[in-house]
Write a protein that binds this ligand. Structure first.
Ligand SMILES: Cc1cc2nc3c(=O)[nH]c(=O)nc-3n(C[C@H](O)[C@H](O)[C@H](O)COP(=O)(O)OP(=O)(O)OC[C@H]3O[C@@H](n4cnc5c(N)ncnc54)[C@H](O)[C@@H]3O)c2cc1C
Length: 370
C-alpha cells in the first residue's frame, strides 16, 4: 500500500479546516499550519449565516447549494457541537430616532422597525456559531488523523529539481509535504511572493455579540438603517442557538496588519453599533454585550473565490477569496479541494469559474511596495 499523502494546509480558518476534514476522511495526512489560532479571524467572528439559494443566477449557485446541504449533513454526522439551526429570515428598515419603545413587526423589535417581507424560511436559511463550527471541524479532522501545527508559513520549499517539497515556517523549520494549499484568508496575498497568485484583499467588518438568552427566537434580520447623519447602514442580526445574538453593520477598508492577532476595531465603530442596537430592539438594549469584534473577509478582484490548482507548480493549490459567503461555502470548498488533490478532479462542483488563472497574478514588486 502506498503511504498516505502529506498535504500542508496554510491557515486554520473555516476553509482550511474543511479541507483538512475532507482530506482526513479520505485517508490523507493533512497538516494545518496556523499562525494565530484556529478560528481566530473572520471564521470565528463572522455571522455564520447560511442560505440555500441566495446565490441563484450567479456562478456561485452550485457551490452554495452543495455547501448548504453539506452543512446539514455535517451537523447531523458530527453531533452538531456548533449550534447549527434553521431560521426564519426577514428584511426591513428603520431610522435612528424612530420610536424605540414598544414592539414592531416581531415581539423583540422596536416599534420603529418596519418589516417588508420574509427573505428566507427554515428550509432555505440556517445559522452556525462560527468559532464552534471552525474549531469543531478541526477537531473532527484530527479524529481522522489531521495534525495542527502552530507557526507562520513564510515561503514554499522546493527540492533540487524545482519540485514542491513543503513549506518553511518563521522559526526556520521546514514542514515536508506532497502538496500545499494556500487558505490564509486575506493573508493569502502574502503567498503572491511565492506563487503566481492574483491579489486577495481584506475588507474589515465590526460586530457585537449580545447575551440575549431566550428573548429572541430562531430568526435573522437584514435591514437598511439610516443614521441621524443620513448615512445608511445595512445591519444583520442573527439569533444563535447558544442564547447569543450577533449584530454587524459597519465595514471599512482599513489596512490589513501582517499579524492576524493585531486586527483592531476602527475608532468609534462599536459605539455606533451599540447606539443602533438600542434603537432597533428593546431586547438588545438591555442585554449584556459579550464580545466586541473586528475581522477581515477575503475578497478578490472579481468578487469570486479562488479555488483550484495554481498554474506552473504541480502540487500547489489555493482556496480563498470567499468574501461574504466563506462560512456557507467552506464545506463544499473543502470537499472540492480534497477531490482535486486526491482524484485529480472535483466531482461535485464545477471549479472552472473559480480557477485562479482567470485573473492576472499579482506582481511581487507591487506587493513589496504595498
Ligand atoms: C463581519 C463579517 C461577517 C460575515 N458573515 C458571514 C456569514 O454570515 N456567512 C458567511 O457565509 N460568511 C460570512 N462572512 C465571511 C466569512 O467569515 C469569510 O469568508 C471566511 O471566514 C473566510 O475564511 P478563511 O478560512 O478563508 O479565512 P480566515 O478566517 O481569515 O482564516 C485564515 C487563517 O490563516 C491564518 N494565517 C494568516 N497568515 C498565516 C501564515 N503566514 N501562516 C499560517 N497561517 C496564517 C490566520 O491566522 C487565519 O486563522 C463574514 C465576514 C465578515 C468579516
Amino acid at each position: 500500500m502506498s503511504p498516505a499523502r502529506r498535504i500542508i494546509i496554510c491557515g486554520g480558518g473555516a476553509i482550511g479546516t474543511a479541507i483538512a476534514y475532507f482530506l482526513g476522511r479520505r485517508g490523507a495526512l493533512p497538516i494545518v499550519i496556523e499562525r494565530h489560532e484556529v478560528a481566530g479571524s473572520a471564521s470565528g467572528k463572522s455571522g455564520g449565516f447560511l442560505a440555500l439559494d441566495w446565490c441563484r443566477g450567479t456562478v456561485l449557485d452550485g457551490l452554495a447549494r452543495r455547501s448548504f446541504a453539506l452543512h446539514a449533513a455535517l451537523a447531523e454526522e458530527l453531533g452538531n457541537p456548533w449550534g447549527y439551526r434553521r431560521l426564519t429570515t426577514y428584511g426591513g428598515y428603520a431610522r435612528e430616532g424612530d420610536d424605540a419603545r414598544g414592539t414592531g413587526g416581531r415581539p423583540w423589535l422596536s416599534a420603529g422597525v418596519t418589516l417588508t417581507g420574509r427573505l428566507g424560511s427554515p428550509q432555505t436559511t440556517a445559522l452556525v456559531e462560527p468559532r464552534a463550527y471552525t474549531t469543531g471541524m478541526m477537531r473532527a479532522a484530527e479524529e481522522h488523523g489531521a495534525e495542527l501545527r502552530p507557526g507562520a508559513v513564510t515561503s514554499l520549499v522546493r527540492d533540487p529539481t524545482g519540485a514542491l517539497a513543503g513549506v518553511a515556517l518563521d522559526g526556520g523549520e521546514i514542514v515536508e509535504g506532497d502538496a500545499v494549499v494556500i487558505a490564509m484568508g486575506p493573508w493569502s496575498i502574502l503567498a503572491a511572493h511565492w506563487l503566481p497568485l492574483p491579489a486577495v484583499y481584506g475588507y474589515k467588518g465590526h460586530s457585537l455579540v449580545f447575551d440575549t438568552g431566550s428573548a429572541i427566537p430562531a430568526e435573522a434580520l437584514f435591514l437598511e438603517y439610516q443614521e441621524a447623519s443620513g448615512e445608511v447602514l445595512t445591519p444583520e442580526l442573527f439569533a444563535r442557538a447558544d442564547g447569543t445574538t450577533w449584530v454587524c453593520a459597519i465595514s471599512s477598508t482599513g489596512p490589513l496588519p501582517i499579524d492576524p492577532a493585531a486586527v483592531a476595531p476602527d475608532d468609534g465603530a462599536h459605539a455606533r453599533l451599540e447606539a443602533m442596537c438600542r434603537t432597533l430592539s428593546p431586547a438588545l438594549s438591555t442585554a449584556p454585550i459579550v464580545a466586541r469584534q473586528a475581522c477581515f473577509r477575503p475578497v478578490t478582484e472579481d468578487g469570486l473565490p479562488l479555488i483550484g490548482a495554481v498554474p506552473g507548480l504541480a502540487g500547489a493549490y489555493v482556496a480563498t477569496g470567499h468574501s461574504v459567503w466563506g462560512m456557507l461555502n467552506a464545506p463544499a470548498t473543502g470537499e472540492a479541494i480534497s477531490e482535486l488533490i486526491l482524484d485529480g478532479t472535483a466531482r461535485h462542483i464545477d471549479l472552472t469559474p473559480f480557477a485562479p488563472e482567470r485573473l492576472s497574478p499579482l506582481d511581487p514588486a507591487r506587493l513589496r511596495r504595498a
